[in-house]
Design a binder for this molecule. Structure first.
Ligand SMILES: Cc1cc2nc3c(=O)[nH]c(=O)nc-3n(C[C@H](O)[C@H](O)[C@H](O)COP(=O)(O)O)c2cc1C
Length: 354
């Protein structure tokens, strides 16, 4: 299968880039021939709306730039993958220019009696191609993607494509916040590779893979807004993206919140209190388990277990980057109270701890 992968993300260190890489990696592993195209590194001028391309059967654009080669590639591809961030509820400007410059493929209108409505006619080459879109937004599902999904839907219809999957990845800052230590993030990333593999090997992508790729990282709008506040608050004081990313990644509030989200009640004790003292941040918070429910709160009494650590060590521990026993012997993690509870945490918080 020949796949034309068109990337509309200007940022090369962001989530679109990562997800696009994984999709393409999966497709290549399944034997696809992928043309990986980065729109922002090409010379593609915006459409001038001159309608010169409407003349004749094939349609020729008066603008002579990199779009000529891209249209040829699209004509011979079996599938088109479009990756774009959501910018103001729409596709990026780079992606929009790409679509406007696909206008030479459109040959007017026809009445489709099966669909009982007017549809666009296209040059025969672009018909019956498989179409996949990956859109990335910082907001949660629902609202952030409505306009973009609608636009892609009508573009697909106009081009006569077979729309295989509209994959919408919300909560993008969480990829930076959680890093790849979180089980859910790893699962999501694997789904993008699997999606590429399935497209190339079967010509379709299963609904399960799409729903894993879209899996929400926060359980409610309230939780999302609370963590976003931390992100923006840290953002205000830091200028360098890596600094923001580190700052957010090691934030104790987010680390403990993540543990609670991964909580597996059936493996947990009925009741327990675990206090965390983050010495580097001067923050003390506890995770309290009661009737197999778990929450993060302030805790002033003596907990069943007290963990004295620093946020970087705890983050490393959750990411399985360090040997826990060594960290204890180096006093990067100090335990007071019921140490068996600490041993059980890997099971009921579903976190690292090699
Ligand atoms: C100009 C601009 C407009 C944006 N508009 C939206 C928006 O309407 N909705 C949303 O959820 N996120 C919006 N975002 C956030 C991006 O979609 C988000 O940061 C995404 O991860 C960007 O992709 P990247 O990580 O590949 O750079 C916007 C970002 C920028 C820079």
């Amino acid at each position: 299968m020949k796949i034309l992968a068109v990337r509309g993300n200007p940022r090369k260190t962001g989530v679109c880039q990562r997800l696009g890489d994984l999709f393409i990696e999966g497709a290549r592993e399944a034997g696809a021939d992928v043309w990986d195209v980065d729109l922002s590194s090409l010379d593609i001028a915006p459409c001038m709306g001159c309608f010169s391309c409407s003349a004749g059967d094939k349609g020729t654009c008066v603008l002579k730039d990199d779009m000529e080669g891209l249209r040829k590639k699209l004509s011979t591809a079996d599938a088109l993958l479009c990756i774009s961030p959501v910018y103001f509820y729409a596709m990026s400007a780079q992606m929009k220019i790409f679509w406007d410059r696909c206008f030479p493929f459109i040959r007017g209108y026809d009445f489709d009696s099966a669909k009982e409505r007017v549809v666009n006619e296209t040059n025969f080459e672009v018909k019956n191609k498989k179409f996949v879109t990956i859109s990335v937004a910082s907001g949660r599902l629902k609202g952030s993607f409505e306009a973009m999904s609608h636009t892609y839907g009508v573009i697909s219809d106009a081009m006569g494509f077979e729309y295989i999957a509209d994959i919408r990845r919300g909560e993008s800052p969480y990829f930076g916040i959680l890093g790849e230590r979180a089980v859910r993030v790893r699962k999501i990333l694997e789904a993008y590779k699997e999606a590429g593999l399935q497209l190339a090997s079967m010509g379709r992508i299963s609904p399960q893979v799409v729903s894993t790729a879209e899996l929400q990282l926060t359980e409610s709008d309230e939780a999302f807004a609370a963590n976003s506040k931390i992100f923006w608050q840290l953002h205000r004081n830091k200028k360098i993206p890596q600094e923001i990313s580190d700052c957010v990644r090691y934030d104790p509030r987010i680390l403990l919140d993540e543990m609670c989200r991964n909580f597996i009640p059936s493996r947990a004790p009925e009741k327990a209190s675990i206090k965390f003292v983050f010495t580097d941040k001067n923050i003390s918070r506890a995770i309290v388990i009661d009737s197999r429910k778990c929450k993060v709160c302030d805790f002033h009494g003596v907990a069943d277990l007290t963990v004295i650590t620093d946020s970087k060590s705890w983050c490393d521990m959750m990411a399985e980057r360090r040997d826990v026993l060594k960290m204890i012997s180096q006093k990067r993690i100090i335990l007071e109270g019921d140490k068996r509870l600490f041993a059980g945490m890997k099971r009921f918080f579903g976190i690292g701890m090699a």
